[in-house]
Design a binder for this molecule. Structure first.
Ligand SMILES: Cc1cc2nc3c(=O)[nH]c(=O)nc-3n(C[C@H](O)[C@H](O)[C@H](O)COP(=O)(O)OP(=O)(O)OC[C@H]3O[C@@H](n4cnc5c(N)ncnc54)[C@H](O)[C@@H]3O)c2cc1C
Length: 395
């Protein structure tokens, strides 16, 4: 019998595993629950699946958390990538409340995972800051809508940082984390087996309860598979084309500051396009710069920094933090997965009912990742409806 050999289309199939590396005769391994991707979402899925009594294996093309999950800014800001009243306009009131709740639930989960370990996490609060009078008006409307829903945010009609902002919303319960440490700890807590350096390049379901997953080292036969490949999902299945758009985000950090108390919170401004905090070793981190460079940063999985974005970050550092004299010591980029409507996607692949996915975090994996992961596991194991996260809303 001829062996199956997969014809790769330009998109929707990985082009990085050559026929020399894997010719589809790799050793067969039977597993129960296979997670693809060991980022914060994959490790959270592994955790919840193990809690549900499954034997979990994770396959990862690099190693734990080396995707966006260790390249982000580490902000634990409750909510979505849009201000609260705008979210109500876009998604409706009930949905906005539900997503907010999912975000609070996610943060509570990260705190549980970090408790009693060496994971660095702080409840430093956050400030959503206005860069213009127009954004200040929007922030005030957002604050009023949140207060009406019982969320005890404080609205500042002047700049609490005295750095030229126009207004702010303060969310005292928010925090910041060392994200690489968090995901390492989450992976440990999941108890899952990890097969690192093992890229998936094809996936098939021909029998009701068996999914065959072709990876460089093994052909897995799994009862359930969950794709937690966020931005990279378009390389795995054409279903994700137009549903998850890989989008680059970039940061810089300075050398440790002489006065790290310069910023004791997570700052987020220009409708989330700029963000800044101090790290646990006292450096100033600045991220963003994408608004001015959207075509360059859009639809790419290349996670190297680019000059135009880094110039925006440098200029922001000089304009807003002129008192910081320390040089920039590190710059990096990571790839986020954006969806057309700004909400994550949970579902199963067409024609592959045992292959679930939890992707499309719109730059907010630390805000929503655990809540979404828990619902995705419930959907795959118990056929529970993922509600507002249901991917079929985009069909
Ligand atoms: C610069 C930057 C700043 C950010 N700041 C914040 C922030 O402050 N707060 C916040 O909430 N969010 C932030 N984010 C977003 C956050 O990092 C993501 O939403 C989150 O990490 C998504 O987690 P994930 O596990 O879904 O994706 P990832 O961490 O990208 O994990 C996906 C994994 O899948 C693996 N993979 C892909 N394809 C395959 C394959 N074929 N076979 C095997 N493995 C595969 C990848 O190697 C990767 O490890 C930021 C992102 C960036 C880039």
């Amino acid at each position: 019998m001829g062996r199956p050999c997969f014809i790769a289309s330009l998109r929707g199939s990985s082009m990085t595993v050559s026929i020399w590396q894997a010719d589809d005769t790799q050793p067969l391994r039977e597993v129960d629950f296979l997670v693809v991707g060991a980022g914060l979402v994959g490790c959270a899925v592994a955790y919840f699946a193990a809690q549900a009594g499954r034997q979990v294996t994770i396959t990862e093309m690099r190693d734990v958390a080396l995707g966006a999950s260790s390249r982000n800014a580490g902000f634990m800001i409750t909510g979505l990538d849009t201000y609260y009243h705008r979210a109500i306009e876009r998604y409706g009131h009930e949905t906005t409340r539900e997503l907010w709740q999912l975000s609070a639930q996610t943060h509570a989960f990260w705190r549980r995972i970090a408790a009693g370990t060496d994971v660095r996490m702080t409840q430093c609060g956050s400030l959503l800051l206005a860069e213009s009078a127009e954004e200040a008006r929007d922030l005030e409307l957002a604050a009023r809508a949140m207060q009406a829903d019982g969320l005890e945010v404080e609205f500042h009609s002047t700049d609490p940082l005295r750095r030229g902002y126009f207004a702010a919303i303060e969310q005292p319960w928010d925090g910041a984390v060392q994200p690489y440490e968090l995901v390492q700890q989450l992976y440990k807590a999941s108890g899952a087996e990890l097969v690192a350096n093992n890229e998936l390049y094809a996936i098939r379901q021909e029998r009701p309860d068996v999914v065959t997953v072709y990876t460089r080292q093994y052909r897995f036969e799994a009862r359930h598979v969950m794709l937690c490949t966020n931005a990279y999902s378009v390389h795995i299945d054409p279903y994700f084309i137009g549903r998850v758009i890989p989008t680059r985000a970039q940061c810089l950090v300075t050398a440790p500051l002489k006065d790290p108390s310069i910023l004791n919170t997570c700052g987020y401004s220009d409708y989330g396009f700029m963000y800044y905090r101090t790290t646990f070793d006292g450096r100033l981190l600045i991220g963003g710069g994408r608004k001015q460079n959207k075509p360059l940063e859009h639809d790419t999985t290349d996670d190297r920094v680019t000059d135009p974005v880094q110039r925006v970050l440098d200029a922001y550092l000089r304009a807003k933090f002129p008192d910081v004299e320390e040089p920039v010591e590190r710059r990096w980029a990571g790839i986020m997965g954006f969806t057309p409507d700004g909400l994550p996607l949970v579902g199963t692949l067409p024609g592959k009912p045992n292959v679930g996915f939890a992707v499309g975090f719109n730059g907010h994996g630390l805000a929503l990742g655990a809540g979404v992961a828990e619902r995705a596991v419930d959907m795959l194991l118990n056929r529970a409806d993922p509600g507002v996260l249901r991917a079929s809303r985009l069909d």
